[in-house]
Design a protein around this ligand. Structure first.
Ligand code: AVI
Length: 326
């Protein structure tokens, strides 16, 4: 009888995106987990709480810019403001400021919020229907980071919002790739409004990711609870310390989870045991910080022509408007 060599064993659940990412990340050296894993229902709620923390200036500062310059932004984007799309819209709380300006300028405004969280999209739709009934909302449930698909609203000039400095959670190459894919879906004359966090003093940056109430720490550790819930793992999140540090060379905040003890974690759905040394860490997020020049370079690399940008009184955050060019 001839011996048949066994096929490599791939546990079936690793076919799901979460399982595949956890398998890849926790068998890598050094260990890492992608930041999109944060956003299950609890993680999304924790992120909403982060946006209201006194130390987390990003959301508040961007809102200030949109409140002050919303009119100027839409003026600069011209007639594209009648068709507004938003990548990773969440509950779209800040977007109301722009939508209110849009209905001042256009008799009919259509808004397409895109997000992976159906509950956030529902909240956005209900609130906008109540507060800005002149806006037609057409939510799109999708993960724009994985697959952009055909963007709606072609035929009219479009304004795509990508605010909140979400682009900062991608490394430079994937960030440029994402902008290029977006550009590929747009027509010349469509616009992109990109919100980015600027480089600033280290203390302010570090405080934003090491808040006193420990919400960011819970948000970081929630990824372990998610792996427990979805893959049957036995992480004890409290045995991992939240660490956020500033990497000056890469111009980014890094978040890590550091194992407080030597431990062995089993992940039954992946048929995997993961060993941690005491002090070993899992890199869970990068949050890149930009300068006006580095944003413009990123936009140009993606096929966009930077046209204008606005900032707050302290130059902590920037909102950049760019046109898709052929
Ligand atoms: C969603 N993103 C822009 C946030 C950030 O600041 O990078 C995620 C976050 N991580 C820790 N706090 C907030």
């Amino acid at each position: 009888m001839t011996a048949v060599s066994p096929l490599p064993y791939i546990p079936a659940p690793a076919a799901t995106p979460v399982a595949a990412e956890v398998l890849r990340g926790l068998t890598a050296r050094p260990k890492r987990l992608s930041p999109w894993l944060f956003y299950d229902e609890r993680g999304s709620a924790l992120f909403e709480s982060i946006t209201q923390l006194p130390e987390y200036y990003l959301t508040r500062t961007e809102r200030e810019i949109l409140a002050q310059y919303g009119g100027a932004i839409l003026e600069a984007a011209g007639d594209s403001a009648a068709t507004i799309l938003e990548l990773g819209a969440g509950t779209a709380a800040k977007t109301d400021l722009l939508l209110a300006e849009a209905i001042r300028r256009h008799s009919a405004v259509t808004y397409f919020p895109m997000d992976i969280a159906p509950s956030a999209l529902d909240q956005a739709r209900e609130r906008i229907a109540r507060e800005l009934p002149q806006v037609t909302v057409q939510p799109i449930l999708s993960d724009y980071t994985r697959k952009l698909g055909t963007l709606p609203g072609s035929g009219s000039r479009r304004l795509v919002l990508y605010i909140g400095s979400s682009i900062g959670n991608f490394e430079p190459q994937p960030a440029a790739g994402l902008l290029r894919r977006l550009h590929g879906q747009l027509a010349p004359g469509d616009w992109l409004l990109l919100g980015v966090d600027y480089v600033k003093d280290r203390t302010t940056l570090l405080r934003a990711y090491n808040d006193g109430a420990g919400v960011t720490a819970d948000f970081n550790r929630n990824v372990l609870a998610r792996i427990n819930a979805e893959l049957g793992a036995n992480f004890r999140p409290r045995l991992f310390r939240h660490r956020a540090l500033w990497n000056d060379r890469e111009s980014r905040i890094e978040m890590h989870l550091e194992s407080l003890v030597a431990q062995e974690i089993s992940i039954p759905a992946l048929d995997l045991t993961v060993r941690f040394r005491r002090g070993e860490s899992v890199h869970t997020e990068n949050s890149y910080k930009f300068t006006p020049d580095s944003v413009n370079a990123l936009l140009k690399g993606g096929g966009f022509a930077p046209r204008a940008n606005w900032t707050d009184a302290r130059s902590w955050f920037g909102v950049h408007l760019a046109e898709a060019v052929a």
